[in-house]
Design a protein around this ligand. Structure first.
Ligand code: ADP
Ligand code: MG
Length: 323
């Protein structure tokens, strides 16, 4: 390695620690952080391994964006605000061009999403990136998976299925008929730069009874809310938020599968009690919340999918295998 561990950290990772609440950032044995009065600390961590969680030819910027954003999405799912993060970086070699692009992309996203790099670890080995994100939330206000009640409406933000369709660009699953370069670009962006629903999540504090982010597919993740809340759920298939252009890429059955079982969309799925329904719908009508109702929680356990006539539809849960 031309750079030793310390000069590498100094050059690429020591100046991303500018944010409120940092008494001590990168450079000491640990960071010293101030949790604002009346708030609770929220901690989440995700590891991305080359060839497992992203293709081996992913650009350094793509990897940085994805790694930070999947963690930001977890913080959003808890109704919290991101503050600080640590980075454990395992690198095959100290490639300066790679490091420059990676740290620049990380810095851009850190600024965009108001969080700062306060420490980490750097080792040699097969490429793997772990980001641990720390967020804060007013005491008692974190959104969890376990608060849903029977009859609560189920909502999903944004649209589903595009990240699953993107996997076909990496040769996973059947290929898709991409119409033009811009469609390919949208799919790749969707995979590498998921949009953490941080603003949406803040609006849902006090309105949603349960929430999570969709990383493993709607059926699997809604299953987590259902189990944690000791309930089941009904989904109206015709209400699934699928971008119109996506339906031109494959058979309807496959598009529905993308939306139900494909992971990586990082939209939020949340439940809303009847008494908060009109407040949530007003936010949606006023354009302050991009979300739609897709079903409701039930006392009957299990997740059921219904067609427009109310008939039950059996969905094969393929569950996407990454790389
Ligand atoms: P120690 O041996 O005490 O664990 P290190 O040599 O691993 O310390 O790291 C020195 C300093 O650099 C620490 O403050 C650590 O948090 C920071 N650091 C190490 N690697 C990274 C990284 N990839 N990104 C940000 N900070 C890092
Ligand atoms: Mg260390």
């Amino acid at each position: 390695m031309a750079l030793n561990e310390f000069s590498l950290i100094e050059e690429y990772f020591s100046s991303l620690d500018k944010a409120p609440g940092i008494t001590l950032g990168v450079g000491d044995d640990g960071a010293v952080l101030d949790v604002p009065e009346g708030e609770q600390l929220l901690v989440t961590v995700d590891t991305l391994v080359a060839g497992v969680h992203f293709p081996l030819d992913a650009t350094p910027a793509d990897i940085a964006h994805r790694c930070l954003r999947v963690n930001l999405s977890d913080i959003a799912a808890m109704g919290a605000q991101p503050r600080w993060f640590t980075l454990a970086l395992t690198l095959p070699d100290a490639n300066e061009s790679w490091l420059r692009q990676f740290s620049q992309a990380l810095s851009d996203d850190a600024e965009l999403f108001n969080c700062a790099l306060v420490g980490g670890d750097t080792t040699a080995g097969p490429l793997s990136i772990t980001i641990q994100l720390l967020g804060t939330v007013p005491k008692g206000k974190a959104l969890t998976r376990s608060g849903a009640k029977a009859g609560d409406a189920i909502y999903v933000t944004g649209s589903l299925g595009e990240a699953a369709a993107a996997l076909s660009l990496f040769g996973i699953g059947d290929s898709v008929a991409i119409g033009c370069e811009s469609e390919r670009e949208i799919l790749l962006q969707r995979f590498y730069r998921p949009e953490p629903r941080l603003n949406e999540a803040l609006q849902l504090r006090g309105l949603a009874s349960a929430a999570l982010d969709i990383s493993d597919g709607l059926l699997a993740d809604l299953g987590h809310i259902a189990r944690a809340s000791h309930l089941g759920a009904e989904i109206q298939l015709e209400q699934l938020p699928v971008a119109a252009w996506l339906t031109s890429l494959a058979e309807p059955k496959r598009v529905i599968e993308w939306a139900l079982s494909g992971g990586d969309d990082y939209e939020l799925c949340f439940t809303v009690p009847k008494e908060n329904g009109s407040a949530v719908n007003t936010l949606i009508e006023q354009g302050e919340l991009s979300a739609g109702c897709i079903g409701r929680m039930t006392n009957e356990l299990g997740i059921r999918c219904l067609d427009a006539e109310g008939n039950r539809v059996n969905i094969e849960q393929s569950g996407y295998q990454h790389f």
